[in-house]
Design a protein around this ligand. Structure first.
Ligand code: GYE
Length: 311
């Protein structure tokens, strides 16, 4: 009767939905977990998810988005590698009446109506949380900081830099003496840290590393060890993401703090999409995830929790 018909159409409804996800790549442990959680969250809701890996290139993302439009998907998810340059392709999606959801990074477009919502942390705040930790640690003692920035032009790199810089600006004894992009990868993080160490009296002028993600911090830890110094004590390590390997490094005394970021960006986006398709409900423009700082005391417990989070 009516009830079974309703149940059938309700379940058939999401099962018939296809979402195209333009993912950045697999530059970090956090990124890989985000991809894996997206698959699980789609499955839970009976949604078909098509993932296109852009290998860090915006041009590949634009191609993937155009292909999703041509296929007539029900929605497009984008983790935008850089902040600008999205207007034309998002205009095409809008004309095709395909809603766009942003995951983990922000964009700057002329018309905010070109996307439905963005699920992300407040990255300026993440940078501020990292800086506050360092200020408290130093308690008035001077500190020369080297910064490993994320991908050039990425909103998260610009914002994590800004939040940190604005916060330490109030404390003249804390100085950023060197800053360079390590592209969010372990290998580049290590390479850039090696050059910082060489330029700064074999690392002896460096008090702390602020890395825009844990993977670059792990690369830096390696470089510090190879230079004969102790990461975590000779040079403090503060980063962002909360991946299992940074908690392992904390347990080994080699890292000091990480601002956690959930890899579950897709879940809230799927929920917003389902609510929109069901009765036209419009989500808030930004769906904000939490930014909590963890130190070595909680590393073991955090490592345990990460097992269920796509890592
Ligand atoms: O912190 C980093 C990744 O955009 C929030 O990108 C994401 C960042 C994340 O490569 O590890």
């Amino acid at each position: 009767g009516i009830i079974s018909t309703l149940i059938l159409s309700a379940s058939a409804y999401s099962a018939e939905m296809t979402v195209g996800f333009s993912q950045i790549g697999s530059e970090s442990g956090w990124r890989a977990a985000e991809t894996s959680v997206a698959k699980t969250e789609a499955q839970k809701r009976g949604i078909t998810l098509k993932i296109a890996d852009a290998q860090q290139k915006q041009e590949n993302q634009i191609k993937a988005i155009r292909s999703f439009i041509a296929q007539g998907v029900d929605a497009i998810f984008i983790a935008p590698v850089v902040q600008t340059g999205w207007d034309p392709v998002l205009q095409e999606a809008k004309e095709a009446e395909i809603p766009v959801f942003l995951l983990d990074r922000n964009i700057t477009v002329k018309d905010d109506g070109l996307f439905m919502t963005g699920v992300a942390a407040d990255s300026v705040h993440e940078g501020a949380v990292a800086a506050q930790w360092l200020i408290k640690q130093q308690d008035g003692k001077a500190c020369n900081v080297v910064e490993l920035q994320g991908t050039v032009g990425a909103s998260v790199a610009l914002d994590r830099k800004k939040g940190f810089l604005d916060t330490v600006a109030a404390v003249p004894t804390i100085k950023i003496i060197r800053t360079q992009s390590g592209d969010f990868t372990r290998s580049k993080g290590k390479e850039v840290m090696e050059s910082f160490i060489k330029a700064e009296n074999n690392g002896k002028n460096i008090c702390a590393v602020y890395a825009h993600n844990d993977d670059m911090a792990i690369g830096a830890i390696q470089a510090i060890k190879e230079a004969g110094l102790k990461p975590g004590t000779d040079i403090k390590i503060i980063s962002i993401d909360g991946v299992p390997d940074i908690f392992k490094a904390m347990m080994a005394g080699e890292a000091n703090a990480s601002v956690e970021l959930t890899p579950n960006m897709a879940g809230p986006a799927f929920d917003a999409l389902l609510a929109y398709k069901k009765d036209g409900a419009l989500p808030p423009k930004h769906i904000k995830t939490e930014s909590i700082l963890f130190e070595p005391e909680s590393a073991e417990a955090q490592l345990e929790l990460k097992k269920d989070m796509g890592y």
